[in-house]
Unconditional design. Sequence first.
Length: 241
Amino acid sequence: MMNKDNLYQNGETNGNFTFNDQVAEVFDDMVHRSVPLYDTVIDAISRLINQKQQVRITIYDLGCSTGTTLLELSRRLNHSSQRLIGIDNARPMLSRARRKAAMFGKADSISFREGDILDCPLPGADVVLCNYTLQFIRPPVRRNVVERLYQALPAGGLLIVCEKVLAEGLFHHRFIDIYHDFKRQQGYSELEISAKREALENVLVPFSTEENMALLKQAGFDRVEIFCKWFNFASFVAVKE
Ligand SMILES: C[S@@+](CC[C@H](N)C(=O)[O-])C[C@H]1O[C@@H](n2cnc3c(N)ncnc32)[C@H](O)[C@@H]1O
């Protein structure tokens, strides 16, 4: 049972958004009602990873939050040996992730570690996921992070990046309006939408689709494609050749 996200119902921002205890408690509801196509994207990721025909696979999920993605992947992947490792720097998220994995009988196959995306070791990585996490990394260091992920992967390795993105020109406001309609349909009030937006200002800094593509290519990834796009949300797959 998911706890309902009503953190911003009185319209107060309570300072900048952080991944604290209160957020962790309602995160699963928040992410499903705030990220369009959340489940569809996880399913698409499982399809991309299932194309890697190898018996053993090691996947790191950076900024894994409450572990939903790895739990879903563990049900959908074909590989007979799976090492699934979630990394996050927010302890409240990791405790929920561990509790969920235990509840679903996955505590032995999925591990969760406290670590920073800026410097956590990624030994044996075949696939690295960065779902809605890079957008929280300060823009000046994002390039270093992506270069580090490139270095950590072997030839044939996959990096998957999902982000909120900025549309250019005319579409900038139009896409944001469509996104706010989506949030209203998910039951968020005007007050909640604007308070959350304010709390995320300067914390969640989106790049444009083109900037994300350039970031991945400049880090060395030879092939980069968008595999899912919904207005101001985009999912990228990058392959190291
Ligand atoms: C929007 S959530 C990610 C959602 C999650 N990947 C999913 O798909 O359900 C962003 C996560 O990134 C984590 N995070 C932010 N900065 C981080 C950093 N420097 N190192 C590790 N984790 C970080 C936050 O604690 C939070 O759990």
